[in-house]
Every structure is written in structure tokens, then in C-alpha cells.
Design a protein around this ligand. Structure first.
Ligand code: PLP
Length: 397
């Protein structure tokens, strides 16, 4: 019999199916608010001006293998973005390794944590969360526990805290540094402080999924506030998993960084060695092109300056589009309270509409969104936001 005789079909990831449907639709009015990729005001993918400048610098830099841990000049500057003013950084207590974007960073973090401490058994994620958290951590052998996160347009702080207090001590806990995907609802600073206190009390290990640093507010420091609170104020060990997919628009280059902020230089040295070991076992060495581009952006002062501007361009367009959508729904008198659209932040908004309404948007209006009712605000712009609001208005009436 075949080796595959008992293999079972696994349904494809839903969000990639949404994009497929959108691409196959020939209606000129079609709108894609599914995938979380930034679009400019014309609805087109945007190559950041800073990235264009960096590409000129790195055009002739060859195709040799990188070291196992990746491009050193990229790793150092990328880690500095997050840790620059912390003691962990100035005292050399941060281990870093280049990764295959944010997903690869989480994967290496999980692998390295298991190797460093085989007693780590459970991973806590939010419900809802980015769909890959469950798949990724359960694939690594963690028992995944979901903490309730969202209720009627907002972060459900009491339920989250109750579930956190009831969760096993010593768990790995995945935290969205900012711009919670899919809800767009982040804890306030006061709430973060309470969350951090419980995590510390219960000896949990925080893994900061940081796919949107800088993209959310336009300012990396502001978006990294929670990370720094944990490691600098509470002196906790943590992992920070960075992606440059959104913040530099380098989706396909797969450029990211996994970091461990540890308690001593010796521990950082050990964790660097474990990261190299798990990198070697999985991808051997990371890809060079994205590292060169991101490295050039971060290491060239005039390009870094342009990047700071680009982050503001992207985040302010998303914020103003949010407002336009909200105003349009108000103008139409669309039934329901839509204020959560302007209260949420980041690329995503959670509309809360039903599966039947989502289906109707697609069939009647050629609007494609995730089956969770999450919308990627970046898919909207001056020329389609009114159409989108009208369609929403029709389906919810
Ligand atoms: N984490 C979250 C919360 C995300 O939304 C994403 C991307 O959508 C990622 C991680 C990782 O993305 P990538 O692997 O493309 O960097």
C-alpha cells in the first residue's frame, strides 16, 4: 500500500483563499479587505521610497551564503530599534538571529525555547488571534491554550485577566506588541502593567509577536512601549519576534529577526548558540536579499530618515481611512454602533458582521473579507471607501 494511504487532506489557509477569490473576480468594483498587506491611495502595492533607495545600494552585492545567524549589520541595527535604550542591550544580554520574517522568528523562538528548556509545555495565545499562532505552536509540540480577548468592539480585559490567572504557571505567552491581529484592540498602558505583573508572578515567558512595530503609530518606540516595560521596568526575560514585512513592505523577502532578552551575557551567548543550532537544522542559512535591503535602510542615516517618514505615510493613511469609513457609515445612518472602527488601531478592524453578511458582500458587491469579519483597512482608499460603506450599509439593514 501507499505511504500516503492514511494521509488526510488539510484545508488551505482561509485568508489566502480570500485573495484567490479576489484575483479571479473580473468586476471593476471589486475590493480586497482580506489580506493584511498595505496598499497606497490607488489601491496598489507600495514600494517604500526608503526601500527603493536601499535597493540601489545593494544592487551589486552578490549571492553568497550569509552566516547561519544572518547578516550581522542587519541583526545589530534591527535589535537596536527595539532595545536601544535598555540595559539588556547596553550590557550585551540580547541574543539575536535573522529569521524568515515574523513567522520564522516565532518558529525559531519556539524551537529554541524547547531546546533551552524542555519543561516548557504550554503556549498561551489570544482568542481570536492571527490564525498561525495556534498552528505554529501546536506544530512545535506546545499545548496551546486560548485566552478570551475580545467582546463587542473592545479588548475584554476582565475575561483575559481571569483566564491568564487560571492558566498554568511557567507557560510561554504570546503577546501582540501592538496592533492586535485581528481585532485592532490593544491593552492600555495601565492594562499592560497589570498583565505584566501577573505574567511575572506566574513565571511565564513572554514572546512578543512584533509584526507591526512602527507601522501602527508611525513610531517604533511608541509601538514597542509594552516590550520595554516588561524588560526594562520589570527586568523580565522575553523574546521579541520582529518582521519587516509590513514596516518595510518587504512581504516576499521574508526578512525578520528573533531576539531573546536574557539575564546575563552568558545566557545570551548560550541562546545565540541554540538559535544558530535550530536555524541550521531548519533553513541552514537565511536569505540574503531582504537582509541587505533592510540592513541598508537601517544603517544608512539618510535612508533611515526616509523610512521614518514612510512609516508615518502608511500609518496616517490607514488612520485617516478608518475615520472616513466611520464618517461614511454615520452619514448613511447605518444601523449599529460603529465607533469601534475609529477606536481600533493598526491595519485591521473587526466589523462584527455575520457570515451571511460577509457572503452577501462578496456575491453582490465583490467585496472580499476574512470569514472572521476582520477587514484590512489598507485595502480601502478615497475611490472605494464610499462604495464599501454603502455595501456594508445594505447588508446590515
Ligand atoms: N504575527 C502577526 C500578528 C501577523 O499579523 C503576521 C502577518 O500577518 C505575522 C506575525 C507574520 O508575518 P510574516 O511572517 O509575513 O512576517
Amino acid at each position: 500500500t501507499s505511504v500516503f494511504a492514511s494521509a488526510e487532506y488539510i484545508p488551505p489557509d482561509a485568508i489566502f483563499e480570500v485573495t484567490k477569490g479576489f484575483l479571479a473576480d473580473s468586476d471593476p468594483r471589486k475590493v480586497n479587505v482580506g489580506a493584511g498587506t498595505y496598499r497606497d491611495e490607488n489601491g496598489k502595492p507600495w514600494v517604500l521610497p526608503s526601500v527603493r533607495m536601499a535597493k540601489e545600494i545593494v544592487a551589486n552585492c552578490g549571492h553568497e551564503y550569509l552566516p547561519i545567524a544572518g547578516l550581522k549589520t542587519f541583526r545589530d541595527k534591527a535589535a537596536e530599534l527595539v532595545f536601544h535604550d535598555t540595559k539588556a542591550w547596553s550590557e550585551g544580554r540580547v541574543a539575536t538571529c535573522q529569521s524568515l520574517s515574523g513567522t520564522g522568528a516565532l518558529h525559531l523562538a519556539g524551537l529554541a525555547l524547547k531546546k533551552a528548556n524542555p519543561t516548557l509545555k504550554t503556549a498561551l495565545i489570544t482568542e481570536p488571534t492571527w490564525s498561525n499562532h495556534d498552528l505554529l505552536f501546536s506544530s512545535l509540540g506546545f499545548e496551546v491554550i486560548k485566552l478570551p480577548y475580545y467582546k463587542t468592539g473592545a479588548f475584554d480585559f476582565p475575561s483575559y485577566m481571569a483566564a491568564l490567572r487560571a492558566a498554568p504557571s511557567g507557560s510561554v505567552i504570546v503577546l501582540h506588541s501592538c496592533a492586535h491581529n485581528p481585532t485592532g484592540c490593544d491593552p492600555s498602558k495601565e492594562q499592560w502593567k497589570e498583565i505584566a505583573t501577573v505574567i511575572a508572578e506566574k513565571s511565564m515567558f513572554p514572546v512578543f509577536d512584533s509584526a507591526y512595530l512602527g507601522f501602527n503609530s508611525g513610531n517604533v518606540d511608541e509601538d514597542a512601549w509594552a516590550i520595554r516595560y516588561f524588560i526594562e521596568e520589570l527586568k523580565m526575560e522575553a523574546s521579541v519576534c520582529l518582521s519587516f514585512a509590513k514596516s518595510m513592505g518587504l512581504y516576499g523577502e521574508r526578512i525578520g529577526l528573533v531576539t531573546f532578552s536574557t539575564g546575563s551575557q552568558d545566557t545570551a551567548r548560550v541562546m545565540n548558540s541554540i538559535l544558530e543550532n535550530v536555524q541550521r537544522a531548519t533553513v541552514s542559512t537565511p536569505p540574503v536579499y531582504g537582509a541587505q535591503i533592510a540592513g541598508a535602510v537601517l544603517n544608512t542615516p539618510e535612508i533611515a530618515k526616509q523610512w521614518a517618514q514612510d512609516l508615518i505615510t502608511m500609518s496616517s493613511r490607514v488612520q485617516s481611512t478608518r475615520r472616513k469609513l466611520y464618517e461614511e457609515l454615520l452619514r448613511l445612518g447605518t444601523p449599529g454602533d460603529w465607533s469601534h472602527i475609529v477606536k481600533q488601531s493598526g491595519m485591521f478592524g473587526y466589523t462584527g458582521i455575520s457570515p451571511a453578511q460577509i457572503k452577501e458582500l462578496q456575491l453582490k458587491y465583490h467585496i472580499y473579507m476574512a470569514d472572521t469579519s476582520r477587514i484590512s483597512i489598507a485595502g480601502l482608499n478615497e475611490s472605494n471607501v464610499e462604495y464599501f460603506a454603502q455595501a456594508m450599509d445594505h447588508v446590515v439593514r
